[in-house]
Design a protein around this ligand. Structure first.
Ligand SMILES: C[S@@+](CC[C@H](N)C(=O)[O-])C[C@H]1O[C@@H](n2cnc3c(N)ncnc32)[C@H](O)[C@@H]1O
Length: 294
């Protein structure tokens, strides 16, 4: 028999014949397979309903949640005013971390109110490389956070603060420094908060977990830890869920766990231990509504 190119067709080898047969069989059973898959899915759905588990496309439903419709009114800002202090590589890492904050926020049932401030210049330019970022459910603002929120509501987050955040307060605005610096600008955010006379605080890492490495976390980790707490998790759960294993984070023993009240009690008793030289070593909590201002 002539082939398409005019030559004689070669008879199929045994291997080719087997392959062809398998493909035919696969195609012939396609309808039956789809039917079986649908039935399996239906059965799983019935079991889930009976067990009271949520059904349906949960992920799709979560993605439909918006900050505007969220019951969580907690405001968190990423302050992008550090453009000039970052080399291009760090600036792209910083923007990537902001995008992870957005991703984490859209995967929960009650997203927080995420602001990205001082969003202009180089950081806006780098962000514009992220496809469709303009449609993200994030409040991108050119203004500085100081021009958007009352000064007394702002708490700047910094690992170097001597104040410990013990609970997340919906009346406050938590600011995360949009800075990837690998410790080059150690203490910068604390210094800036002090200069501006705004409250500052660190996450209660030492109080709930042991960590092998430095306690300076990335922007998205800080965001996700706070998100975990607003979603009803404990600090410890939220830290362990977020901090990567390579940082060697392990929860402290239950008996060493401190409740907010105990933290506050400790701080009152140890208030003399506060060291200005090494502020990160002292344990002073920020009580809601009474954050320390410098
Ligand atoms: C990579 S850190 C930048 C470190 C920078 N040298 C500084 O002065 O803050 C990015 C931001 O995450 C937040 N952050 C990181 N670790 C934190 C911690 N343990 N407690 C509170 N905030 C933290 C701070 O807002 C910080 O500005």
């Amino acid at each position: 028999m002539p082939s398409a190119n005019g030559g004689e067709t070669q008879p199929l080898s045994k291997r080719q014949q087997k392959k062809l047969l398998r493909r035919q069989k696969w195609n012939d059973t396609k309808v039956e397979r789809r039917k079986r898959e649908r039935e399996k899915l239906k059965k799983r759905l019935v079991e889930k309903r009976a067990a009271g588990e949520p059904c349906g496309n949960i992920r799709k439903k979560l993605k439909q949640m918006t900050m505007a419709s969220s019951s969580c009114k907690q405001r968190v800002v990423v302050d992008m005013s550090f453009d000039d202090l970052m080399i291009e590589k760090h600036l792209s890492q910083c923007v990537k971390q902001v995008s992870r904050c957005y991703s984490a926020n859209r995967r929960v049932s009650s997203p927080m109110q995420l602001y990205v401030t001082s969003f202009e210049g180089k950081c806006a330019e780098v962000m514009s490389k992220q496809n469709g970022y303009e449609h993200w459910d994030v409040y991108f603002k050119k203004e500085n956070y100081m021009d958007l929120f009352p000064k007394e509501d702002i708490i700047y987050l910094t690992s170097e603060s001597r104040n410990v955040i013990t609970s997340v307060d919906e009346n406050k605005v938590y600011v995360i420094g949009g800075l990837v610096d690998h410790n080059v600008h150690k203490g910068l955010c604390l210094r800036l908060a002090e200069e501006k006379g705004i409250a500052h605080g660190r996450l209660p890492i030492d109080e709930f977990i042991e960590m092998k490495t430095r306690k300076v976390l990335t922007i998205d980790h800080v965001f996700r830890i706070i998100l975990g707490v607003t979603e009803g998790g404990s600090w410890k759960e939220s830290f362990l869920k977020t901090i990567p294993a390579r940082k060697g984070a392990v929860g402290k023993d239950e008996e060493n766990d401190c409740e907010d009240s105990e933290l506050e009690k400790d701080a009152t008793n140890n208030s003399d231990d506060k060291s200005e030289d090494n502020p990160s070593e002292s344990r002073e909590p920020v009580c809601e509504g009474d954050p320390e201002k410098s």
